[in-house]
Structures are given as structure tokens and as C-alpha cells.
Design a protein around this ligand. Structure first.
Ligand SMILES: [Zn+2]
Length: 71
């Protein structure tokens, strides 16, 4: 057995290589991958917005259209 195994893992990305996906600023370790809580919140709201972006079928009648009485 002379085979020398060189298990060199892929070089990890340098610290701060990934910018904040929201504003592009260098990410902060505390809020990774974001740069601040604000950006983290923005992303969170985007997420929730997508989740809750459902057609409101349960909207109360007359809430959207007020031209119902036309007869
Ligand atoms: Zn940011």
C-alpha cells in the first residue's frame, strides 16, 4: 500500500464571499446569509408573502365589487 490518499476537500469559500441576497452587501455572521436583520426580515416577508399569496375565496361578499345592485 503505497497509494497516498489525498483527500483534499474543495476549498471553502472565503468568508464573506456570499453577499446579502437582498441588498448585495457583505453578509454579517449574525444574520447570515443576510447583512442585517432588516434584510433577513425582507426575505422572511417574501417567503410568507408567497405562502399566504392565495386567492381569497373567503372574502366577504361585497368587499370587492360594489356594483352588485344593478337590477
Ligand atoms: Zn442586506
Amino acid at each position: 500500500m503505497v497509494a497516498e490518499k489525498q483527500d483534499t476537500p474543495p476549498a471553502p469559500a472565503p468568508r464573506g464571499a456570499r453577499p446579502c441576497p437582498i441588498c448585495g452587501k457583505p453578509s454579517a455572521p449574525t444574520f447570515r446569509p443576510f447583512c442585517s436583520k432588516r434584510c433577513a426580515d425582507v426575505d422572511l416577508h417574501r417567503w410568507l408573502g408567497g405562502v399566504y399569496a392565495v386567492p381569497d375565496e373567503n372574502a366577504p361578499p361585497g368587499a370587492r365589487e360594489t356594483h352588485d345592485e344593478e337590477s
